[in-house]
Design a protein around this ligand. Structure first.
Ligand code: S3P
Length: 183
């Protein structure tokens, strides 16, 4: 039985913030996929994109996702039975082999769905490579395209329109039946 809860959603949707809080509330471990990649590589994601290109980054992302789902990365677990909350990158599940890893694992997948305008305000000044190379219109088109994929792969879609704590409580109320079954 999988003990993974995976948060997916567009850049700036709040996956890391909500994921950390959710993990704290569930006494679960927490892994941010982007951070895990940066720690493994000892360089930032913009540097990896600049020095190696996006394909290399996507291969790393695939490998690290597999390790995270299999429990091979440190997640600060309090007990071996605890859940691990995993915040994915916005592009992680655009690759079918990453969706396949999710399916094999049986993780609970929460799509954190946040309005494009909110995401855009959070990411526009950031150094995320995809943001740096795209116009607002291009990002909006990417958001629409990805929305369909997140909605398709998720166990449940959670509209992120409230405070992070309120969103966490909503997630817990939705996932309780799944998690009780899996304990
Ligand atoms: C990406 C999203 C980023 C990071 C990388 C690529 C994407 O993660 O993985 O810059 O393709 O959407 P966040 O969604 O955490 O910003």
């Amino acid at each position: 039985m999988s003990k993974n809860i995976v948060l997916c959603g567009f850049m700036g949707s709040g996956k890391t913030t909500v994921g950390r809080l959710l993990a704290k509330r569930l006494l679960a471990g927490f892994i941010d996929l982007d951070e895990a990649i940066e720690q493994q590589e000892e360089r930032s994601i913009p540097t990896i994109f600049a020095e190696e290109g996006e394909d290399y980054f996507r291969s790393l992302e695939h490998a690290v996702l597999g390790k995270a789902l299999r429990g091979e990365l440190p997640a600060g677990l309090l007990t071996p039975r605890a859940f691990t909350v995993l915040a994915a990158g916005g592009g992680t599940f655009m690759r079918e082999d990453n969706v396949a890893l999710l399916r094999e694992d049986g993780a609970i997948v929460i799509y954190l769905s946040t309005d494009f305008g909110v995401c855009y305000e959070r990411i526009r000044e950031s150094n995320r490579p995809i943001v740096m190379r795209s116009t607002r219109e291009e990002l909006h088109a990417l958001y629409e395209k990805r929305h369909k994929i997140y909605a398709d792969i998720c166990t449940t879609q959670m509209y992120n329109h409230a405070s992070p704590n309120a969103v966490v409580e909503n997630i817990i109320s939705v996932i309780s039946p799944f998690s009780i079954q899996k304990l």
